[in-house]
Design a protein around this ligand. Structure first.
Ligand SMILES: [Zn+2]
Length: 253
């Protein structure tokens, strides 16, 4: 057994037996780790807010090789991110980011992805209620780019011809991004990406911000992101938190 001390973010947590919680952590040094926080439900003194969703801090984990569930000794919280629980839009957005992270990462070290997840959650936590969708889209595309799946935006994903930056272009998930007109006519299931949407993707994939989206544009971006993520990273299983994020606010309005 070895002791691992690493920066960690709580992505998923549920009660286990009478007294404990099982937590899925994104760690800087060992990717995703499932840990048992023994006594966490009875002893707030030992874990405090550390076993709450989206908390971040320094975790001490007892690691046994070839086990799926490790043991959490302590988690010293430096960021509780309580703002995420205070607004349903922020909470569902952060839950979507957590789901995408759990779907994308294994137990290998992934410091770049860790930084991208941290940035995404911080931006959602500080977003005004009307801007949480923009912040989540930005964070999710930055994560996808960090994973190495950034869509082609300035050259054709198929033939690599330069694209007019001011033009609406065909966009194909399976081809991996924007296409020239010629390749677009041959790609099944491509859609038209307006120049504003392409600019937003360019900003988001490089960690930047884009102008605030209108409601129809935000909905179109939520759909585009879902389709692209499932095509390149997420596999076949349904994204449940994503569906809640994508549908929740609109159906509640
Ligand atoms: Zn082309």
């Amino acid at each position: 057994m070895t002791t691992l001390v690493t920066e960690a973010i709580v992505l998923h947590a549920f009660d286990y037996l009478e007294t404990s919680r099982i937590i899925r952590l994104m760690t800087r040094d060992m990717g995703i780790q499932s840990v048992l926080a023994r006594g966490a439900r009875h002893s707030r003194r030992r874990f405090g807010s550390a076993v709450d969703l989206f908390a971040q801090g320094t975790a001490e984990i007892q690691v046994r090789p070839n086990r799926d569930l490790q043991s959490l000794s302590s988690l010293e919280v430096t960021r509780a991110r309580a703002q995420l629980a205070a607004d349903v839009g922020r909470f569902t957005a952060a839950s979507m980011i957590a789901e995408m992270t759990l779907r994308s990462a294994g137990d290998e070290p992934a410091p770049g992805l860790f930084d991208a997840v941290e940035l995404a959650l911080d931006r959602i936590a500080s977003a005004s209620p009307g801007e949480s969708i923009d912040a989540a889209l930005a964070g999710a595309w930055h994560m996808i780019a960090t994973l190495g799946f950034a869509p082609a935006l300035d050259v054709c994903a198929n033939c690599h011809a330069d694209l007019d930056p001011t033009a609406a272009v065909p966009f194909s998930h399976s081809a991996g991004g924007a296409l020239c007109a010629r390749c677009g006519t041959q790609a099944a299931g491509s859609r038209v990406l307006p120049p504003g949407a392409r600019n937003a993707l360019r900003e988001w994939t490089t960690g930047g911000r884009a102008p605030s989206l209108s409601t129809p544009d935000a909905r179109a971006h939520q759909r585009l992101l879902r389709e692209f993520f499932l095509e390149h990273v997420g596999g076949d299983r349904e994204l449940r938190a994503y569906r809640v994020w994508e549908q929740g606010e609109w159906s509640a309005a």
